[in-house]
Design a protein around this ligand. Sequence first.
Ligand code: CDP
Length: 209
Amino acid sequence: MPGRFMSFTIAIDGPAAAGKGTISRALAKHFGFAHLDTGLLYRAVASKVLEGQDPHCAAQELTPADIVRDTLRTAEVGAAASKVAVLPEVRAALIAFQRSFALRTGGAVLDGRDIGTVICPDAQAKLYVTAAPQVRAKRRLSELLATGAKTDFETVLSDVLARDERDMNRAQAPLVAASDAVTLDTSQLTIEAAIQAAIDVVEQQRDAI
Ligand code: CDP
């Protein structure tokens, strides 16, 4: 791939800490595609808003250097990201960049909340990656503790649930599985099994075109 395709887009959506990032990076490596973690766009806008900038200006002026800052993965920035993500003008300012990334020659994997529904409704492959809230909170807790953050399971679980609630119930581009996405529940899967299942789904969707 892309081979007979001009471009090939894999759209991955799902709630916080479901395994989207790990699966998307592995798919990109397997197929030789570029990967965009679109959550970083919202996290980068949020981090500028926490520094006092206007959300719309921050989104319009975002540069590639802003999404590689190493402070974007904190729980504070994650919570702020889901708050700026409800603003229609912020979402609109980020659409063109995501769509042009998706159509790049050589193939692309994008992960986020609205990739299969709003950003790339014509993606050749779509996955909705999910897991039980307790499992997601446990995974996110390990990630945060590994970075030296001081937190506990109850705090992380309530953050995950609050973010699900905001992301699924906002008016604009709410988190929902696209009607043509295949759902992958990773609650009981090892990382290796989840990656293999995702590769199988993408290959089936590709072969069905
Ligand atoms: O890594 P995690 O799943 O915790 O979150 P993320 O993907 O970095 O996204 C952070 C926040 O950005 C989410 O809670 C969403 O509110 C927002 N987001 C969005 O609205 N649309 C996207 N395509 C990606 C993220």
